[in-house]
Design a protein around this ligand. Structure first.
Ligand SMILES: [Zn+2]
Ligand SMILES: [Zn+2]
Length: 399
């Protein structure tokens, strides 16, 4: 590492430390006022305002979303690499920031602003992408999918997003995910007086559910199919006329996912055929691609994190089963989605306890370490054409 690179890394770390109180105050305000996807008005405004305050060029409402933004800063002289740092800031229903996206939004903003402080000394540029609605709990979830489809990541050389977790480790693969709602329409009748006149839409849905349970042992082991019944009828003495359910289908491979979706839809058609109901489908979230973590960038990030004294555990060899729209980004540019520990292994993600963990000293330390390691890795990418080339080569080979 040249003296210059070492100096630049020292500077970005000092800058993150300087900004940390302000960043953590935003994380706290997000924790106190959690906002669901595509409704993150206060959260995105706080991040935009801070980016603007420190001199980034902010464009709000990009790719057709009210709560998205991009904030950019240009380097000094000459063409260079384009660094993408991705912020998330949406919460979960009932459990608030149980996925810790308040830490993601602030760590990423801190990394981008710290980089901005040294960019006059470097060629290249940094973009902080404000990406709404990562959680698939709202309609049209997947802000990064829309931003990817709009071509916003096409010229990015390295995209980074660090997720809080119970353990610090490199990113694992995540599954591709399809989310849909199924509706069955039957015919109401008195459930005791004239059941033979009715068509039972609840039976149709239950047959679909049973069909899916039978399907489970005939799909690859990485497949996950899970759902809920959201409408099951209105009264016991009326043959259920209309029922609805919501399901997610996931698989490691996006092509195999398509096969499984077709089989799941056939389970629904079987329920409709057996009962005489009609069935219809509606996609509820944008389809998430599987995550391709770039190992070249991941190793650089790991070395930077370790230089801060943070122990990095090996990534599990099997995917965690979850999905992220960072997967879509990883199919258009070299990307990493590592995890930063903010609590012990006894606390599960998507829980109130995990939301509380973002407000502990370990939560604050995780935010700071993630911001520093991302900014340091960006310096590696901006200053080392060899590293950039190797990351690109790996990306081309795997996509
Ligand atoms: Zn989550
Ligand atoms: Zn999350």
């Amino acid at each position: 590492m040249s003296a210059n690179v070492a100096d630049l890394k020292k500077k970005v770390c000092a800058e993150v430390d300087r900004l940390a109180p302000e960043l953590y105050d935003i994380a706290r305000r997000m924790y106190e006022n959690p906002e669901l996807g595509h409704q993150e008005r206060a959260s995105s405004a706080m991040l935009c305002d801070m980016a603007e305050k420190y001199g980034m060029m902010v464009k709000r409402k990009v790719a057709g979303m009210e709560t998205s933004f991009v904030a950019t800063a240009e380097g000094g002289g000459g063409a260079g690499a384009h660094i993408g740092i991705l912020a998330e800031y949406d919460a979960l229903p009932d459990i608030g920031h149980g996925c810790g996206h308040n830490i993601i939004g602030t760590a990423s903003t801190g990394a981008a602003l710290a980089l901005k402080a040294v960019l006059p000394e470097l060629p290249g540029r940094v973009t902080l992408f404000g990406t709404p609605a990562e959680e698939g709990v709202v309609d049209n979830a997947g802000g990064k999918v829309l931003m990817t489809n709009a071509g916003l990541f096409n010229d990015v050389d390295a995209a980074m997003c660090v997720h809080p977790s119970s353990q610090t480790m490199l990113g694992t693969s995540s599954t591709a995910r399809y989310a849909f709602e199924v509706s069955f329409k039957g015919k109401p009748a008195h459930a005791a007086g004239s059941p033979h006149e009715g068509i039972n839409a609840l039976d149709a849905l239950l047959l679909m559910y049973s069909g899916i349970n039978a399907l489970r042992q005939h799909v690859k082991e990485d497949v996950r199919i899970h759902g809920i019944i959201t409408k099951g009828g209105v009264a016991p003495n009326i043959v259920p006329e209309f029922t609805q359910g919501r399901f997610y289908v996931r698989a490691n491979d996006r092509n195999y996912l398509k096969d499984v979706i077709a089989k799941v839809e056939n389970c629904a058609r079987a329920g409709a055929l057996a009962t005489g109901a009609t069935v219809s489908f509606r996609q509820t979230a944008l389809t998430y691609e599987n995550m391709l973590n770039n190992d070249v960038l991941g190793e650089a990030y790991k070395a930077n994190l370790e230089s801060l004294g943070v122990k990095v555990h090996p990534a599990p060899t099997k995917s965690g089963g979850g999905s992220t729209d960072m997967g879509n980004v990883s199919h258009v540019c070299p990307s990493i989605h590592p995890y930063i520990g903010i609590c012990g292994p006894g606390i599960a993600g998507h829980s109130r306890e995990f939301a509380d963990a973002t407000m502990t000293e370990a939560g604050r330390a995780g935010m700071v370490a993630a911001a520093k390691a991302m900014a340091m890795t960006a310096i590696d990418v901006l200053t080392d054409a060899g590293l950039r080339g190797a990351a690109k080569k790996e990306f081309e080979a795997r996509k």
